[in-house]
Design a protein around this ligand. Structure first.
Ligand code: G3H
Length: 549
């Protein structure tokens, strides 16, 4: 299959040159001054850090006289064991075994605090969007979308919380016993988000955790730390002291001592399964620990012979390359019937040519620099491995690297023994596998260690229907003629095998961060009288028939 092979890796490529801007080329509204963050939030106080710091480098470089230089964005505190444990003590004190102000407060009070926080957060929109662009290289459009989607998620969470509380405002009578059943907090939550959605995915666990009355230890992702700094004062003012505490620095120094105490009740972590396993295993009482994990994935796109190639291309292109393929839901391997491989490649490559590389603030830009240090080198190794095993780079400039930027590499035909067949690339590489019989794709999915989602592109209802029936028992969402994705956020978002533990959606998250607890009594007059008086005199906030309007 040589028909489209352009180049071997490393040759000189003239038509695809990527240029970082000169400092003077950066538009005024997107220029940035270094932020040296000294504040951290523990026990309701914004404290000032005087110890070691972690340097923050942007994926963006600037160019002067033919030399590129990585932009230094600032720094943030690097905690040691002592500060980590101080944050834990603060969290524990605020929870106070469930007797603290926050776990004892009514749903209405918690909603008011979250609303206050949201109003304050919205005032920081422009700065947070700008920091998203500079810290992780996300385009302006996608950064704005991440911010706005997060606000929408918080508002939807508040609505779902009200629905849950209304449903629980009545008593249940059964077999001579009556009870009031509600959802109660679990305790201390350690919340850790991913660098690709450092705001949105972090808040998709942080907000429901707080909403259900837990207290939180919050460690920002490895990139996208400074963008949370403007929110520290909002947390401080909106929530009672100790309800949310920040952790900064190296995971081994900060997370290990906290987990080893055995006092964490929920680990909410979005990232790699290897890291999740390391963290979880530090907990000495695993049955106490509830894990809510969003992990690795290698979602396949399966094209069928009758698929409408032209209509499928925008979905497959955006599925494989939006945010440079750095989405857990990205299409990370594409299966194409041999018979349509050629027209598919022609159409995909022609659409790819239209994707604009550049800086996150440029209009219509789609391909941007990557935030992970050493990532382009690692991706190049994956490409070299595939080339050694028979694949060819199909697009001009594919895999070309300039500092932190890699132009997407479309690789075909990918063989079963190449690393890209099974490893998650989480970057701008598009591995394409030709197949003769559909059973080859099903074997791939069955044998994969991942099980998040899959996409089918085709027309025949019989084939699609039968394929769906098998796939729904292998992955957690099957997308028909559409790319894989998390949203809309009211849909359950989860995965099988090594892709997730627990389910997130607006309402599922509220369930995940709470446990049902009930108060029950014999259905006799004496018990009823006690309950009547509790309700009349409002001596309990749990035993209550208040209905939130
Ligand atoms: O990185 C994983 C995200 O949950 C994907 O979300 O499908 O909305 O980009 P998305």
């Amino acid at each position: 299959m040589e028909f489209l092979a352009f180049l071997a890796l490393g040759r000189n490529i003239s038509c695809m040159t990527f240029q970082f801007p000169k400092l003077s080329d950066i538009p005024q509204e997107f220029s940035i001054e270094p932020i040296h963050q000294k504040e951290y939030l523990i026990d309701g106080e914004l404290k000032t850090w005087a110890g070691d710091t972690v340097m923050v480098r942007s994926p963006i470089y600037t160019e002067e006289n033919g030399t590129t230089k990585q932009v230094l964005m600032g720094s943030y505190p690097s905690f040691g064991k002592e500060e980590a444990l101080e944050a834990l003590v603060s969290c524990e004190r605020a929870y106070d075994g469930g007797a603290g102000e926050w776990p004892q407060s009514t749903v209405e009070v918690r909603i008011k605090a979250i609303q206050k926080f949201t109003i304050m957060m919205q005032k920081e929109r422009d700065l947070i969007i700008k920091l998203l662009m500079w810290e992780i290289g996300k385009t302006y459009k996608d950064s704005a979308k991440e911010f706005d989607r997060t606000i929408e998620y918080i508002n939807d969470t508040i609505s779902a919380l009200k629905v849950g509380d209304r449903d629980a405002s009545r008593f249940v009578f059964e077999k001579g016993i009556f009870a009031q059943i509600k959802r109660a907090p679990l305790g201390i939550v350690l919340c850790m988000g991913p660098f690709n959605y450092p705001l949105n995915e972090t808040f998709c666990t942080l907000i429901p955790a707080l909403a259900m009355g837990n207290t939180v230890l919050f460690k920002p992702a490895k990139f996208g730390v400074l963008l949370l700094q403007p929110l520290l004062k909002c947390f401080k003012e909106a929530f009672p002291k100790g309800v949310i505490n920040t952790l900064y620095g190296d995971g081994a120094s900060v997370i290990s001592p906290i987990m080893e105490t055995g006092k964490v009740d929920i680990l909410a972590f979005i990232g790699s399964s290897t890291t999740a396993n390391i963290i979880t295993k530090k907990h000495p009482r695993l049955n106490r620990l509830r894990s809510i994990l969003g992990l690795n994935a290698k979602n396949p796109a399966i094209l069928l012979e009758d698929c409408d190639i032209q209509k499928s291309i925008p979905e497959i292109l955006s599925g494989s390359l939006s945010f440079n393929g750095q989405r857990c839901t990205a299409l990370k391997i594409i299966f194409v019937p041999e018979k349509i491989a050629k027209p598919f490649l022609v159409a995909y490559l022609s659409a790819l040519k239209e994707l604009k590389p550049g800086m996150p603030w440029e209009k219509d830009v789609m391909l941007t620099p990557l935030p992970e240090e050493g990532k382009t080198k690692w991706l190049t190794e994956l490409i070299e491995d595939a080339l050694n095993k028979g694949a060819k780079i199909q697009n001009e400039g594919g895999g070309k690297v300039q500092d932190s930027f890699m132009y997407p590499a479309v690789l075909y035909p990918i063989s079963k023994n190449s690393r890209l067949y099974s490893e998650e690339q989480f970057g701008p590489i598009v591995p394409i596998v030709p197949y003769k019989d559909i059973s080859e794709t099903l074997t791939y999915i069955k044998e994969s260690q991942f099980g998040q989602q899959a996409s089918i592109f085709g027309k025949d209802p019989k084939v699609i229907g039968e394929l769906t029936d098998i796939l729904v028992n292998q992955v957690s969402r099957v997308n028909i003629n559409a790319q894989c994705q998390r949203g809309p956020d009211i849909f359950p978002f989860t995965g099988r095998k090594d892709s997730a533990d627990g389910t997130l959606s607006v309402s599922d998250a509220l369930r995940a961060f709470s446990i049902r607890s009930l108060v029950a009594a014999k259905d006799d007059e004496e018990s009823k009288q006690i309950f009547r008086e509790i309700l009349e005199k409002k001596t309990s906030s749990f035993i209550s028939t208040n209905y939130i309007l």
